[in-house]
Design a protein around this ligand. Structure first.
Ligand code: NDP
Length: 330
């Protein structure tokens, strides 16, 4: 028999956004159900050292932080389910989501916190050295490269912002781009070109991330000229891949308003989406900040928005009921 789970607040995704929504939702009495998906805990479970999440003076581990957040959510009454949602029906309330084994999840409100994934170049050496010099987040990991040589790969807003950010820690930043023009906004380009500690290598693609002896991690990048095919090498201690992100919104195409990059659109200053009763938070709505703390903050906002929405919806139902009752009695 097909199992059905119903809740006042259904949360999809279990990174900092989803779990913060769960903590606030549970404490507001909405008995949330969190459907965890294929990467329980989200992107932080694939990072190691976390030094910028407030509240911890010592370095903490990303997977540990997510275990603690989940334990806190469960402690206050949220229920965790492990499933992969394969279809959604947002055409009427309550909303219905179906898992790959046929389990049905029904929510009076839905909080989407499915996150985003960094895009990688797809090189074997990149995977091997991830966390040992190769990163996709300068704000998260730049601090570990104080006084060292770093490179950023990409030519969009993210790459340029990351290169500029890295100058806070490094006096030797190289931006590597596969073409001879950037797609980043002009103002960012001007700041980049004016910075004395950043140089740009045009028409270059990374051929290989080069690791040192033993546990030394990244020591250099082998580059290939995209026009001549000529090979060259630059010595670096850190390589930041900044070639875009994929928001996890495949399920919602055609069901909810997405922007041109596939991120869920929310009403500015809120987590309200184009569908009443559906809220979105975390990296699935955010291509600018992308931090655990900002995801957690918007997760809290989503729970508060959902709670207010339900209170208003309940009030309207009661008012309608009373009006019908009064009319029948007259
Ligand atoms: P973009 O898609 O804008 O840029 C990706 C860059 O990576 C491009 O320069 C692209 O090269 C390059 N690239 C893609 N694939 C490869 C590859 N396989 N090898 C080498 N290079 C590659 O991504 P962003 O993350 O920069 O930005 C995404 C969106 O978020 C944009 O709309 C951006 O404006 C927005 N954003 C806004 C910010 C802000 O407002 N402050 C901050 C960050 C992002 P090519 O140019 O040749 O295609």
């Amino acid at each position: 028999m097909t199992a059905t789970h119903s809740t006042r607040m259904l949360i999809l995704g279990s990174g900092p956004a989803g779990l913060s929504a769960a903590i606030y939702g549970a404490r507001a009495g909405m008995a949330p159900i969190v459907v965890q998906g294929i990467q329980p805990g989200g992107q932080l479970t694939t990072t190691t050292d976390v030094e910028n999440y407030p509240g911890f003076r010592d370095v903490i581990q990303g997977p540990w932080l997510m275990e603690e957040m989940q334990a806190q959510a469960e402690h206050v009454g949220a229920q965790m389910m492990y499933d992969t949602i394969v279809s959604v029906d947002l055409s009427q309330r309550p909303f219905r989501l179906i898992g790959d084994g046929g389990t049905i999840y029904v929510g009076d409100t839905l909080v989407i916190a499915t996150g985003a994934q960094a895009r990688w170049l797809g090189l074997e050496s990149e995977t091997r050295l991830r966390g040992q010099g190769v990163s996709a987040c300068a704000t998260c990991d730049g601090f570990f490269y104080r006084g060292k040589k770093v490179a950023v790969i990409g030519g969009g807003n993210t790459a340029v912002e990351e290169a500029l950010y890295l100058t806070n820690h490094s006096h030797d930043v190289t931006l590597i781009h596969r073409r001879d023009g950037l797609r980043a906004e002009k103002i960012l380009q001007e700041r980049l070109f004016a910075h004395p500690n950043i140089k740009v290598l045009w028409n270059k693609a990374v051929d290989r991330f080069v690791g040192g002896e033993g546990n030394q991690g990244l020591i250099a990048l082998d580059l290939k000229d995209t026009r001549s095919g000529e090979l060259s090498r630059i010595d670096v201690d850190g390589g930041f891949v900044a070639i875009g992100h994929h928001p996890a919104t495949e399920l919602f195409h055609g069901h909810i308003a997405l922007d041109e990059d596939g991120y869920i659109e929310v009403e500015p200053g809120t987590t309200r989406t184009s569908v009443e009763g559906v809220f979105a938070c975390g990296d699935v709505t955010d291509k600018v900040y992308r931090q655990a703390i900002t995801a957690a903050g918007t997760g809290c906002m989503a729970a508060l928005d959902a709670e207010r929405f339900l209170a208003e919806a309940d009030f309207e139902t009661v008012s309608q009921h009373n009006a019908q009752h009064a009319a029948a009695a007259a």
